[in-house]
Design a protein around this ligand. Structure first.
Ligand SMILES: [Zn+2]
Length: 220
């Protein structure tokens, strides 16, 4: 199954997700890319959700993901290129599938998003069927589940050679790409509409190559 955001999908994901929380934005991206046809994406294990988001990233914007990090030791700013396909492979080889209890899903996180204190632990215990009554035990088990779903990358500082592990927020990365692409696309629509009086739908239905050629005339 090839998950991909076409022009209409980029705009649909952005429009649905813009006013929402990060959790809902990730789901909006999956829906818009056709990665939610075999299931409700809210029920996907978080690692599987992120693997699909990485496939969408690679197929829609390319596999190379520019990223930035700050060295915790010397505070040097570092720029690097991550590879969405490599990250998806790392997730596929992770141990999140063998966790007991079952892996965490977006629906689990949404269920506790508004809760505080004991209510968080009580809700997670009930949802996951955790066989523990001690709050510390429940907290540890859910922390382990969250860690199993996390994607991290090893970074070495170019300045001081310090090694550290950075956790990646896959959905936030892809959301930033979608936001950038939306601003670019709507800027193109605005310029072409002003120049030729065409409708938004007409402009977006042009192939990228034809749109680029008209833009060249308008913007030169
Ligand atoms: Zn450093």
């Amino acid at each position: 199954m090839r998950y991909q955001l076409a022009t209409s999908g980029i705009l649909a994901a952005w429009e649905t997700g813009a006013a929402r929380q990060p959790l809902d934005r990730a789901l909006a991206i999956l829906w818009a890319a056709g990665a939610a046809q075999d299931c409700d994406p809210a029920d996907l294990p978080l690692a599987e959700r992120d693997a699909r988001l990485l496939a969408i990233r690679a197929n829609s914007f390319g596999a190379v993901m520019p990223a930035r990090a700050t060295c915790p030791e010397c505070k040097a700013e570092m720029a690097m290129d991550l590879n969405a396909n490599d990250l998806a492979n790392a997730l596929a080889q992770g141990n999140w599938q063998e966790t007991d209890p079952r892996p965490l899903t977006s629906r689990d996180l949404a269920a506790v998003a508004e809760l505080q204190g004991d209510a968080v632990f009580e809700t997670l215990r009930a949802r996951l069927g955790i066989d523990a009554v001690n709050r510390d035990d429940i907290g540890q088990q859910t922390e382990d589940l969250a860690a199993a779903a996390e994607l991290s990358t090893q970074i070495t500082c170019a300045e001081c050679a310090n090694d550290w592990t950075e956790t990646l927020d896959v959905a936030a990365h892809i959301w930033a790409d979608i936001s950038t692409a939306t601003h670019r696309l709507l800027g193109e629509v605005a310029d072409l509409a002003a120049a030729f009086g065409w409708s938004e739908a007409d402009i977006l239905s042009l192939s990228p190559a034809r749109r680029a050629l008209y833009l060249e005339r308008v913007r030169s």
